[in-house]
Design a protein around this ligand. Structure first.
Ligand SMILES: C[S@@+](CC[C@H](N)C(=O)[O-])C[C@H]1O[C@@H](n2cnc3c(N)ncnc32)[C@H](O)[C@@H]1O
Length: 277
């Protein structure tokens, strides 16, 4: 077993409220459908989801992985801290003919029985639960022995990892004990979190082609308008025009490092699957 990590309940309650409000800002489903829709099906295929499997998607958002899992014939619960995202998910599911259940749940304290699922997925989702060991323990707990855990997370060196690094100087202080999201994109970190409770870990760093933004300014303004974490950082410095201009420039510099002449980029992520012992 991992070393038990107890996050004080009052810290967890405060983080829950803050992060739910953050992810409800803007229009996260626009990111899922316009920028990263390819990731969900990649995860479903890598995890080998089959008809009849009981599947939990953690940090499911508007169903980027949960919907293709349901379309593969699985019995799916899409769980997320932010139920404000479920309306978009329900509409997308109805449009594609998928049937699944939507359920509010914090990755740090999942409301499901031990071993309840054949497959537990998280597509750039659980990485945003700041108490990594606590969240990893929950993923392991709800996966049945012999079942599969499948994860996609942005790497620290990739575009979104670097976007969080660029935003950090402008962001409010994280809660005590919080760990940065892109650490979930580091294979050794995830292996240590899952520990000897899993076997046959397969991990691969891949790149998601992103051609949604013709210019750095287009990327920045889209994220400023729709992506909760970016909106929250701008709100933190809203009364300081100089700092706001600095962050504007930092995001342009970031895009310039990654975009080619046509604006195309590759966003690096870790794809990891593991079998529950
Ligand atoms: C980048 S979005 C990914 C959503 C979806 N999986 C996708 O691929 O589009 C991150 C998601 O994690 C959720 N999230 C953040 N913290 C969470 C937590 N502690 N427990 C459960 N979900 C969480 C957010 O509400 C958000 O929907």
């Amino acid at each position: 077993m991992s070393d038990t990590v107890i996050v004080p309940p009052d810290v967890l309650t405060a983080v829950r409220a803050k992060h739910r409000a953050l992810w409800a800002l803007g229009d996260y489903p626009a990111v899922a459908t316009e920028v990263i829709p390819a990731l969900g099906p990649v995860l479903v295929e890598a995890a080998g989801v089959r008809p009849g499997d009981r599947v939990l998607d953690v940090g499911a958002g508007s169903g980027n992985a949960a919907i293709p899992a349901a379309l593969a014939g699985a019995d799916v619960i899409a769980s997320d801290l932010t139920p404000e995202l479920f309306d978009a998910g329900r509409a997308a599911a109805a449009a594609s003919g998928a049937e699944l259940t939507w359920d509010e749940a914090d990755a740090h304290a999942l409301s499901y029985d031990d071993g309840a699922f054949d497959t537990v997925l998280s597509c750039v989702g659980v990485m945003f639960a700041p108490f990594h060991q606590t969240a990893a323990d929950e993923l392991v707990r709800v996966t049945r022995p012999g079942g599969t855990i499948g994860l996609i997370a942005w790497t620290p060196a990739g575009f979104i990892g670097q976007m969080f690094a660029a935003m950090k100087p402008f962001a409010p202080a994280p809660p005590p004990g919080a760990q940065p999201p892109p650490l979930w994109g580091d294979e050794e970190h995830v292996r240590a979190l899952l520990g000897d409770r899993v076997t046959t870990v397969d991990a691969e760093v891949r790149s998601l082609p992103v051609s949604r933004f013709a210019s750095g300014a287009e990327f920045r303004d889209f994220f400023k308008a729709v992506y909760g974490p970016t909106i929250a950082v701008y709100r933190n410095i809203a009364d300081d025009a100089d700092r706001t201009a600095e962050l504007d420039d930092a995001l342009l510099d970031l895009a310039a490092r990654f975009q080619d002449a046509d604006g195309a980029m590759g966003w690096e992520y870790l794809l990891l699957t593991a079998t529950r012992s």
